[in-house]
Design a protein around this ligand. Structure first.
Ligand code: NAD
Ligand code: 3PG
Length: 472
């Protein structure tokens, strides 16, 4: 028997054929693979009329690879769906990742795993990527969209954790606390007040006034700091913070400069020699954004000259994929040993968002977004896809199919697709586009088992199709 899901290319055909023979028609929540989902589980194509009962697949056929110690909250949410989960505490090297990605339908990563075009080109079955973090610069978002892979992240669940770390670093730098602690750990009592400052009344310059920058602004003002910020967007200030018109203006006026911009071509090397020369003599720099934003050799020079009185780095251009690795033992980080020879320097291993609260919230947010996309097709919150959703169908509805059709954004698609749907009844339809990619979701009724294969094949044969999924 040819199953409708067999022709959806998820998962591999032989496995699906096997599972078809095993799965019963019960409404068990495990019978909810891409051909169906939990909230649809009571819906079946009618066994009366011309229809034969459908045999939905088990969600157990859906494979998810979770890397980088993604939080337990995510594992709980995903395993509850019955998906097969392979979990790794670390990131994987390119060759191993290519092998594993060939087989999986979704992948969960954090900031270390690079999902390049080369790696994604092997991802034959991949429908979604969950970035269990804020940053998505590690994924080739455009290529993923072209392959019909929706990418989700957690836009602000760790913002507060980063802001709190930066506050700690501002005080630590102002009081040279790191150096005093290192000295005392090695037995040296060195009580000094020279060039140690209160932060009250000092000016904090925030570069990038988004989720983290704005949180930080509130905390800093509460401690008596004056806040100025620079952003490419006009953004309403929190409290009495003031937006300045240029990066130069911010650098000229801030006692502490803290960076909270995303990694973009424009932010690469954004703070280099010219920018250090604009900073106030004896000011401080904090980078908890991305390692590429600061030119580290230039920073070292600025610290040596005293232009910068101290700095804190939470992020580095080439970060190790796992714990226990020697950051200095990496040719790409040739400057690393120099960092430790400088006074008043705080180095942390990319822990800005690493709190129990943040990781647990991220696990819930991204885990839930993956389930909504896999099971219902909702792309709300996707960072590389048009955001499309339809209300969840009632469990009582029969002979309904939800069509998820990702296609090139070219003229004539809706006419063609609606001609295909014309034999049935279109209950609801929503379509949106972003750049070259468009996503159409339609709930259609009067569909019988005997129609499914034809419907799927007709959509797959359209010249602009990127990916088709049918949920029922
Ligand atoms: N250290 C960590 O653990 C950690 C944790 C979370 C996020 N991050 C990093 O911090 C970055 C910022 O996070 P967020 O949640 O505040 O992001 P966000 O998107 O909410 O804010 C970023 C802000 O930067 C602005 N911006 C972009 N380009 C700019 C430019 N060239 N000059 C000035 N402003 C510019 C944007 O307009 C936006 O307001 C993330 O992209 C991520 O890379 C690091
Ligand atoms: O983008 C982020 O959210 C941060 O850089 C944290 O990344 P991580 O989850 O890899 O610690």
């Amino acid at each position: 028997m040819t199953s409708p899901q067999n022709i959806q290319n998820i998962p591999n055909i032989q496995q699906l054929a096997n599972s078809l023979n095993e799965v019963s028609l019960s409404t068990s929540p495990t019978n909810t693979f891409s051909g169906s989902f939990n909230s649809f589980k009571a819906r079946r194509l009618s066994t009366t009329n011309k229809a034969k009962p459908l045999k939905p697949f088990s969600t157990g056929d859906f494979k998810i690879l979770l890397l980088e110690n993604v939080n337990q909250t995510a594992i709980d949410i995903l395993s509850k769906q019955g998906y097969q989960i392979e979990f790794h505490k670390t990131s994987l090297g390119e060759a191993e990742l290519i092998e594993k990605i060939k087989d999986v339908h979704a992948i969960g990563i954090r900031s270390k795993t690079k999902l390049t075009e080369k790696i994604l080109s092997h991802a034959a079955n991949l429908v979604s990527i969950g970035c269990f973090c804020i940053g998505t610069n590690q994924v080739d978002l455009e290529y993923a969209a072209k392959k019909g892979i929706a990418v989700f992240n957690s836009p602000f669940s760790n913002s507060r954790s980063v802001a709190e770390l930066v506050i700690a670093e501002i005080i630590t730098l102002a009081r040279q606390l790191g150096d005093r602690s290192i000295e005392l750990h090695s037995g040296t009592w060195n009580k000094v007040s020279a060039k140690c400052w209160e932060i009250r009344g000092k000016t904090l310059g925030i570069v990038g006034y988004g989720h983290i920058g704005a949180q930080l602004s509130v905390l800093a003002e509460a401690m008596g700091m004056n806040v100025i910020y620079y952003d490419v967007q006009m953004i309403m200030s929190m409290g009495t913070a003031k937006q300045v018109g240029s990066l130069k203006e911010l650098l000229n006026n801030a006692d502490f400069v803290t960076l909270h911009v995303p990694e973009l071509p424009e932010t690469k090397g954004m703070i280099s020699t010219a920018q250090f020369n604009e900073m106030k003599q004896g000011s401080y720099l904090i980078n908890a954004s991305r390692g590429t934003v600061v030119d580290i050799p230039a920073l070292i020079e600025a610290r040596k000259s005293g232009r910068v009185a101290g700095f804190a780095l939470d992020v580095f251009p080439n970060e190790p994929a796992k714990n226990g690795v020697d950051l200095f033992n990496n040719d790409l980080n040739a400057w690393a040993s120099e960092l430790t020879s400088l006074g008043n320097v705080i180095l942390s291993p990319h822990i800005g968002g690493s709190t129990e609260e943040a990781q647990s919230a991220i696990g819930v947010e991204v885990g839930s977004a993956l389930v909504k996309y896999i099971n219902e097709g909702s792309s709300i919150g996707s960072v590389n896809f048009p955001e499309v959703d339809l209300r969840t169908l009632s469990q009582d509805q029969v002979n309904h199919v939800r069509v998820l059709y990702i296609h090139q954004n070219v003229p004539g698609v809706l006419r063609t697709v609606n001609e295909i749907f014309a034999e049935h009844n279109i209950d609801k339809q929503f379509s949106d586009s972003e750049g070259d990619i468009a996503y159409l979701m339609a709930d259609i009724s009067d569909v019988y088992e005997s129609d499914i294969k034809k419907l799927y094949e007709q959509l797959e044969q359209t010249p602009f199709k990127i990916r088709t999924r049918l949920l029922y």
